[in-house]
Write a protein of this length. Sequence first.
Length: 484
Amino acid sequence: MRIPGRTSRMPLSALLLAILACGGEDGGGPSPSNVAPVAQITSPAPGDSAATGDVVVLRGGAIDAEDGALSGSSLAWFSSLNGSLGTGDSLEVNTLLPGTHVLTLEATDSRGKTGSATVSLLVTGTATGLGLVEVTHSLSEPVFLTHAPGDSTRLFVVEKDGRIRIIKNGVLLPTPFLDLTDSTTKGSEQGLLGLAFAPDYATSGRFFVSYTSPRGSGGAGRSVIARYQVSAASPDVADPASGHNILLQSQPYSNHNGGMIAFGPDGYLYVGFGDGGGGGDPLDTGQDASDFLGSLLRLDVSGSDYTIPPTNPFAASGSLAHEVWNYGLRNPWRFSFDRTTGDLYIGDVGQGEWEEIDVRPATSTGGENFGWNEMEGMVCYQAGCSTAGKVLPLVAYDHSSACAVTGGYVYRGSALPALRGHYLYADYCGGWVRSFQYVGGQAINTQDRPELEPGGLITSFGEDAAGELYILTQGGSVFRIVPK
């Protein structure tokens, strides 16, 4: 085993000479202006490894064309597994979690320009359990977290009042990626609720948002699904003028708006809408597949506006909505796709007695009726209901210690091998976390996960590019699930 702590790279003084030679006063070109600092990590070196509990020496520095050598708080260290590690040109840490860490040294000059360097470090060891590490507690009512395809350095967090924030290398950036506060209705269950990056985001720069707007013919405004573009000036800022509405849905009430959007493994955008709100589905939208409410939609958004995928179950219907993938949902607040199998997991919030998780295999051709408002969970909501033609939940639980299910993800990361293949979900009020495995059409190995309870109202789970999972609380915190 090699313990990090050696230096084997070009001296920083040589880097400074190289920078100045590129455009100094006597170099035949303009003086460097507003140039980002150049960071360098000298320890650990590429290929180094450590064991859990070892003291790992982090050493590095940065040169800036205007400020010279940077030090102290200008140099910040981050780990892809542990988060923020500290500041300075030299640190010693012995708390690195087992797994492969991407260590980042980020240098910031006096004008706010940043430069960074990274190195990978394998920390070996066997974790005995699970735990939580707080990534940040400085958000305003976070309701969703996701990543851009292939981006391992940034997390994008949706704040209910209308902002999308970036956590970059473990640090919450001060400038929002996108600010829609002036366009968003924030009362009750409304707000900015969903975010999905196009599968080709790395080249197209396109992403989609779901929010509620005060404008519209509905009694409580309308839900908006809109497309935006990243700005040409910075990958950390979207172009606010690029917004293009692709779907509008009037909302009769301020609750049960749904809000989740996600791309499926088929490349189509799935959009969740609740039944429109009010107790007991007074407009009977849940069992009506001719409108969007109480349904999951499936849209082709590869063009300027959406089109109907030809394989949608009602694409050729003369009376049912061509966009609908499945229906009979009350409020599918959070749903997700297993990134390995493609199976769809839906957390559907119940009325007053039962919460449910609905699961459909990747082989599904859509058209499922999940039962609301004739059924709640696995029981009748309306007297004398029939289960004929309806798909019952895979998992249902009562309100004895709960009020609203928060759907999660199937864990497919590498840091927690024992958790791989388990679906995690939670209850918003109960604050608890549970898991199960979906095998042969059944939920098996059901477990309570008290070690993952964050101590607050759980609004959402999130997944990063590596398949690691996060838990969000209404109070403003994001926690990463880690080995302990």
